[in-house]
Ligand binder design. Structure first.
Ligand SMILES: [Zn+2]
Length: 388
């Protein structure tokens, strides 16, 4: 916490909201420790804590065991029974999860979907399923909804950009649909960026992380010190439509030679359709068949070449490969070989290429993190307490 104003000012750097951020950062503070960390007067600290107690945001979780004399109570952020509702939507699959405020999945359901369907048809089905999942535990209180979608998102406004993958979603009032069921904030993020944020959190890394979600489509996210880069148009990480050749196969975006047209899961299914491959799972199960191996290697090499440019641009310490195809060893090996061959050596010296560490939970983790950061930000908490 940076203390630049007077700590006893009601909306200053040690407002109740700031105090809660501090308490959330580490479980088990004593009042004495908070006094030392904030520089507040005892009266002010107790007044702020009282506000947080009355709002149900902190609780006493038990006494310290080792203190001499009267044991001190430990204070914690009250996350009990509070959950985030998460929709992690890809192009062909979706996952609905109820997560605790640390992003741990408590309950979830996966389903097949076609994200190119109009939201007016798809959303009611998703919301109905989420309702059922929530009803399993009547005490759970939803504090926010996180949604990952496979298209461009302006995170500041939550607005979806134009996308060939999701025609009909641009400008659709998703927030209204959500709020009609749960009157809580909705945070929308691109699926690959949510995945990247979750992976950065799971790996506990500071610095620069690059993560790629390689499945039906191809998307990437760059995380710098726990913040994912969204970009001016909300399109940061949209690497699938980088043209890697002037000619080449026609892409769904209407141009020729995009990376996605050569190497996406959709492109692989088209290439291997005559070979009995109808789903990405078929490809995964046949990843020893020579024809499938060749197709995967060629696709991975093209992806690796594009990633080499990104690696040279941002010099990450970690490159995470996720998605059903990205986690295949044959793909990971070829991507890593190509990245190391194509990027300058000084941009890859410390680079580690790893499979997704949170597995299928990565995006849920990232989206929950976004929800918690938003709902319990100092400004939001102060506003809820009527201080701003
Ligand atoms: Zn394209």
């Amino acid at each position: 916490m940076t203390v630049s104003g007077h700590p006893d000012s009601p909306t200053g750097p040690a407002s109740p909201g700031h105090l809660l951020e501090l308490i959330r950062g580490r479980p088990g503070w004593t009042r004495q420790q908070l006094l030392a960390a904030t520089g507040m007067s005892r009266t002010t600290l107790f007044e702020r804590l009282d506000q947080l107690f009355r709002a149900g945001l902190v609780y006493e979780s038990g006494a310290t065991g080792t203190a001499v004399g009267r044991p001190a109570q430990r204070l914690r952020f009250d996350d009990r029974n509070r959950v985030a509702l998460v929709f992690d939507l890809g192009q062909a699959h979706g996952r609905i999860a109820i997560a605790d405020l640390f992003g741990r999945t408590l309950r979830m359901e996966t389903l097949r979907l076609d994200i190119s369907r109009p939201p007016s048809q798809l959303l009611p089905r998703l919301l109905g399923r989420a309702d059922k999942l929530l009803r399993v535990d009547e005490d759970a209180q939803v504090v926010g909804v996180g949604m990952g979608i496979p298209g461009p998102v302006d995170v500041a406004t939550g607005r979806l950009g134009a996308s060939t993958t999701m025609p009909g979603w641009e400008g659709y009032a998703i927030e209204e649909a959500i709020r009609s069921r749960w009157d809580v904030p909705l945070l929308i993020e691109n699926d690959a960026r949510a995945f990247a944020l979750g992976e950065a959190s799971a790996g506990g890394e500071r610095g620069v992380l690059l993560a790629v979600k390689y499945s039906t489509g191809i998307g990437a996210g760059i995380v710098v010190d726990d913040r994912v880069i969204g970009g001016a148009d909300g399109a940061a990480g949209d690497i699938g439509h980088i043209r890697v050749a002037d000619d080449g196969p026609m892409c769904r975006c209407g141009r020729r030679g995009c990376l996605a047209a050569w190497a996406s899961g959709r492109a692989l299914l088209e290439q291997l359709a005559g070979h009995g491959m109808h789903t990405l799972e078929d490809i995964v199960h046949s990843a020893h068949d020579p024809e499938v191996v060749t197709a995967l290697r060629t696709a991975a090499a093209r992806l690796g070449r594009v990633l080499a440019a990104l690696v040279a641009s941002v010099n990450p310490s970690t490159l995470v490969l996720g998605g059903i195809l990205g986690q295949l060893p044959i793909v990971a090996d070829e991507v890593e070989r190509r990245v190391r061959a194509d990027a300058v050596e000084r941009a890859t010296q410390r680079l580690r290429v790893v499979p997704a560490r949170a597995g299928d939970d990565s995006a849920t983790l990232g989206l929950t993190l976004m929800v918690v950061r938003h709902v319990y930000s100092a400004a939001a908490v102060d506003a809820a307490l009527g201080l701003s």
